[in-house]
Design a protein around this ligand. Structure first.
Ligand code: NAP
Length: 226
């Protein structure tokens, strides 16, 4: 039996990852602040209360799960900052928002990776996935959204470093863009439904091999420019 750990597992893309991995018969370590939505999901689900920015709690959880081999770890939890983007626009940047968004989107995934690297390295599949965004690409940038974009660029750099630093242990580190998806974050105008994005991402993750270590991909397997 394979095991997946998902952060932000009770809403949006994270909840659908939880449902689909559970339906595949995987053991799901579902980390979420508010577990209510997880109660309705059938399968081998283990809820662990976790705010990803509580690094003491992250370490405690890693210790509590020290007997687990985690085949796939998905750092999914993220925030976009305020809607309307006013606080992310040149001329009215909000430094507090910068700190908040970077904390959740860039620092927390790295602290998760550090805390759980051993659990992943001792598993069969050894896959460490960051749910990033195409908005983090420097090569494909049309400006604006300074804070969210920069937080995902930082996340991409971290995954590029992890790919190098954990390669010797056979860990496959991939930054994965879900597409623009109709969630609370993506909003109703997004071009993809959750049902189009998450199965695509799971197919990509299933197909990852050691040669894919260090890649930046989107939900349909397309390579993205850093
Ligand atoms: N939707 C898109 O179009 C899109 C595009 C590109 C990338 N992404 C990325 O995909 C990921 C999931 O986004 P989504 O669309 O599913 O957004 P969402 O519906 O807003 O869900 C965000 C998830 O992150 C969790 N979260 C936020 N801060 C947290 C914290 N401090 N500790 C633990 N959990 C926290 C939320 O948990 P609570 O319920 O407790 O708040 C929720 O489960 C994010 O990393 C996002 O940047 C999304």
């Amino acid at each position: 039996m394979s095991t997946v750990l998902i952060t932000g597992a009770a809403r949006g893309l994270g909840l659908d990852f939880t449902r689909r991995y559970a339906a595949k018969g995987w053991k799901v370590l579902a980390c979420a602040r508010k577990p209510e939505a997880l109660e309705a999901v059938k399968g081998d689900i283990h809820h662990h209360p976790l705010d990803v920015t509580d690094y003491k709690a992250v370490k405690t959880l890693a210790k509590r799960l020290s007997g687990e081999a985690i085949d796939v770890l998905i750092c999914n939890a993220g925030i976009s900052g305020e809607r309307g983007d006013a606080a992310q626009t040149l001329g009215s940047l909000d430094p507090e928002l910068w700190r908040k968004v970077f904390e959740v989107n860039a620092l927390a995934p790295l602290m998760m990776a550090e805390a759980f690297a051993d659990h992943v390295a001792r598993s069969q599949q050894r896959k460490l996935i960051a749910i990033t965004s195409i908005l983090g690409s420097i090569a494909k940038n049309d400006g604006g959204r300074y804070i969210y974009r920069a937080s995902k660029t930082a996340l991409n750099m971290e995954w590029s470093c992890l790919a190098r630093d954990l390669a010797g242990r056979g860990v496959i580190c991939v930054a994965l863009h879900p597409g623009w998806v109709q969630t609370d974050m993506g909003g109703p105008s997004a071009t993809l439904t959750i049902e189009q994005s998450v199965p695509g991402m799971i197919k990509v993750i299933d197909g990852l091999r050691p040669a894919d270590n260090g890649r930046y991909l989107q939900y349909d397997g397309t390579e993205l420019p850093w």
